[in-house]
Design a protein around this ligand. Structure first.
Ligand code: GDP
Length: 195
């Protein structure tokens, strides 16, 4: 895949009507700070289009990036920020659930998990939630540059077991720093768009 043009086309807040897109959608989900903005910027080949979030509790929105007029990369709000109050957590759940239920063009969800950590209850719930809506999530194990190469296989096993992921679930190790894993993500998106 060659990224020719990218445009943040729609930003939806809690009360926004979600767009009835004609183009396919590929969504990205994950806990706050997992590296989602960094990954999205790497995939879109832009330095800072998606916000990287040093400031937690940033606005909960669903952002639709039009890529090459071929598909939408959908940035779902990050979950699990420890200090978020209950109202924000409830709002987050409603938004994501509504999106997963109502998008007619969603092809799959990439779920990001930090390769160094055992998945949390929220991660597991998100994985199950996506499956429950009838999708086969693809797992991206982020920040792989933080581990030695020899530590990676065991870490991937921990991620898979922690999520109680099906045997067939694809897990792609990724680093926004080295861009390792980006070609696999492009190949997967290409095959989803061709399907
Ligand atoms: P988000 O909250 O999920 O959007 O996470 P960000 O993309 O803002 O990243 C959170 C923090 O992790 C930032 O300090 C990033 O620089 C750092 N980070 C993200 N991806 C990587 C990566 O692949 N490798 C390393 N070493 N750090 C990363």
């Amino acid at each position: 895949m060659i990224i020719k043009n990218v445009n943040l086309e729609t930003v939806c807040g809690i009360t926004s009507r979600l767009p009835d897109n004609v183009l396919p959608e590929i969504a990205f989900a994950g806990k706050s700070n997992v590296g989602k903005s960094s990954l999205i910027n790497a995939v879109m080949n832009r330095k800072s289009l998606a916000r990287t979030s040093s400031q937690p509790g940033k606005t909960q929105t669903i952002n639709y990036y039009n890529v090459n007029d071929a598909f939408y990369l959908v940035d779902l709000p990050g979950y699990g920020y420890a200090k978020a109050n209950e109202a924000i957590k409830a709002q987050w759940g409603k938004m994501v659930e509504r999106y997963l239920r109502s998008s007619k063009q969603l092809k799959t969800v990439f779920l990001l998990i930090d390769i160094r950590h055992e998945p949390s209850a929220n991660d597991r719930q998100m994985y199950q939630w996506i499956c429950h809506q009838g999708y086969h999530p693809v797992i991206i194990a982020t920040k792989m540059d933080k581990l030695n190469r020899s530590q990676v296989p065991k870490a991937l096993k921990t991620v898979r077991e922690g999520l109680e992921a099906d045997k067939g679930t694809v897990i792609i190790p990724f680093s926004a720093q080295t861009k390792q894993g980006r070609e696999e993500i492009y190949d997967l998106i290409d095959s989803l768009l061709a399907a």
